[in-house]
Design a binder for this molecule. Structure first.
Ligand code: HXC
Length: 257
């Protein structure tokens, strides 16, 4: 393909985006993020794809934003260009996005993983927000998504010390959904993605939308939002199919309608 910094692959109904900038431990330069966004949006629009996996290499998911690229930028450059604003585009993808993390997920790498819907980690993965060591702070969610994932005290510890946590600690803290042996990472991520892909696409979209809404809303607003989507699911053919299949003791065939 024509990608410079990533590789893409389709496995059944799963679109895989692999960060591939090995000489820089997948440091997230502007070109890489643009390619990730383009690939993710392509998979999101592709009717043959039902879930997306974002992964890196065994050594690194991503070692952060590209320090060499941003080192000499001035305030007015980063402010006027709203540097890194487009990183959030991955959160606008409607299909489930799984981050499959081996090796380092540091700084922007940890933040990018947190923008995905869940993180599955290989047991050699390491997470951290080391920006403090560089004289800056996390800039794409490390002070916001991390606290929602692991709470204030643990988030403060990572952000203020720059220390890394391993995959098992990250799982205990609630950052990671599941830890598997490093060499089984893609197998497990694909198993989860394929399981999701077997369900109704509009319904997985509603489920993702409802869970994500809780980031932005009070409990009462969120419950109302969830209720609206829950009721809406009854307007789909797939809800009729899923419940009829249960009642008649057969496997459902979802048509994504
Ligand atoms: C640019 C990077 C990089 C990065 C590694 N490299 N991380 N280049 N930006 N974030 C490059 C190194 O310069 C080196 O290139 C090559 O990748 C291999 O890295 P080494 O350091 O030699 O590998 P190792 O000794 O194994 O150490 C791994 C490491 C270390 C612990 C992950 O590379 C490291 O600390 N990286 C920086 C981590 C970090 O601070 N991330 C946060 C970035 S700030 P050469 O050419 O020298 O061989 C950030 C801000 C986010 O993310 C805020 C908004 C997005």
């Amino acid at each position: 393909s024509s990608w410079e910094y990533i590789k893409t692959e389709v496995n059944g109904k799963v679109g895989i985006i692999q960060l591939h900038r090995p000489k820089a431990l997948n440091a997230l330069c502007d070109g890489l993020i643009n390619e990730v966004n383009t690939a993710a949006q392509g998979f999101d629009k592709n009717d043959d794809i039902s879930a997306i996996i974002l992964t890196g290499s065994e050594k690194a998911f991503a070692a952060g934003a590209d320090i060499k690229e941003m080192a000499t930028r001035e305030f007015i450059d980063v402010y006027n260009s709203t540097m890194f604003a487009n990183w959030g585009d991955i959160t606008k993808v409607k299909k489930p996005v799984i981050a499959a993390v081996n090796g380092f997920a540091l700084g922007g790498g940890c933040e990018l993983a947190m923008m995905c819907d869940m993180i599955i980690a290989g047991d050699k993965a390491k997470f951290g927000q080391p920006e403090i060591k560089l004289g800056t702070i996390p800039g794409v969610g490390g002070t916001q998504r991390l606290i929602r994932a692991i709470g204030k005290s643990k988030a403060m510890h990572l952000v203020l010390t720059g220390d890394m946590i391993d995959a098992h600690q990250a799982e205990r803290d609630g950052l990671v959904a599941k830890v598997v042996p490093a060499d089984k990472l893609m197998e497990e991520a694909l198993a989860v993605a394929n399981k999701i892909a077997a369900y109704s696409r509009p319904i997985t979209r509603m489920a993702k939308e409802a869970v994500n809404a809780s980031y932005e809303m009070s409990l009462q607003e969120g419950l109302k939002y969830e209720g609206r989507l829950f009721y809406a699911s009854f307007a789909t053919a797939d809800q009729k199919e899923g419940m009829d299949a249960f009642v008649n003791k057969r496997a459902p065939t979802f048509t994504h309608k």
